[in-house]
Ligand binder design. Sequence first.
Ligand SMILES: O=P(O)(O)OC[C@H]1O[C@H](OP(=O)(O)OP(=O)(O)O)[C@H](O)[C@@H]1O
Ligand SMILES: O=c1cc[nH]c(=O)[nH]1
Length: 196
Amino acid sequence: MAPRTRGATDPGGQRQLLSAGDVARTVARMAHQIIEKTTLGSASAPRVVLLGVPSRGAPLAQRLATRMAEFSGIEVPTGAVDVTLYRDDLRRKPTMPLHETVVPDDGIDDALVVLVDDVLYSGRTVRAALDALRDLGRPRAVQLAVLVDRGHRELPIRADYVGKNVPTATDEGVDVLLSELDGEDGVLLVRRGEAR
Ligand SMILES: O=P(O)(O)OC[C@H]1O[C@H](OP(=O)(O)OP(=O)(O)O)[C@H](O)[C@@H]1O
Ligand SMILES: O=c1cc[nH]c(=O)[nH]1
C-alpha cells in the first residue's frame, strides 16, 4: 500500500488519522489508563478480564494485555466475544460469518470485564456484546475500551477508555487496520459515499 501522510486526504478520499506509531502509542496509553482505573495490582483490585469483539477488538485486547503485563507485571486473561447472533440487525443483513467466542479458563463471573473494540459508532455492537456476556456469566462490572470513538451514538452507551475521539460525518467511515488481520497498522478516515 502507498505510504500515507497523516492529515492529508489522498485522491481516493482517504485521510490517515493514526499512523502505525500512533496506534502503538495509543494502545500503550490505553493500557496505562486501564491499569490505573481498574487499580490493577492493588490489594483491592477486582479480577480483570479483557474481552475483544471480533474482528479487530480481539487482537486489540491481546495487544492491551501485552502492554499491561509489561507495565504492571500482571498477566490479564483475554478472550473474545462474538456478537453476531446478538445483533439487532441480524435479519436485515446478508448472512454473516460467526467468529470464535473465547472465555478465559476462570470465566467472567465476578470479574471486571473490559470489552475491547476498534470503533465505537452507533453503539449497537456494544449493546449486542452486553447481551452476549449475559450468556457467559455475571461480571462484577463491565467497562468499554475503544481505539476510536467516531460519535453518532444511537444508544446510551459510552466508552471508559478512548484512544482517539474523531468527529465524523455519517457518509464517512473509520477503517482500523491491524497487522494481525490487515498486514499493517493504521487508522483511516474514508469516504463511504452514502450516509447510513
Ligand atoms: O457502534 P457500531 O455502529 O455497532 O459500530 C462499531 C462496530 O462496527 C465495526 O464492526 P463491523 O460490524 O463492521 O465488523 P468487523 O469488526 O468485522 O469489521 C467495528 O469493528 C465495531 O465493532
Ligand atoms: O466507520 C465505522 C463505523 C462502524 N464501524 C467501523 O469499523 N467503522
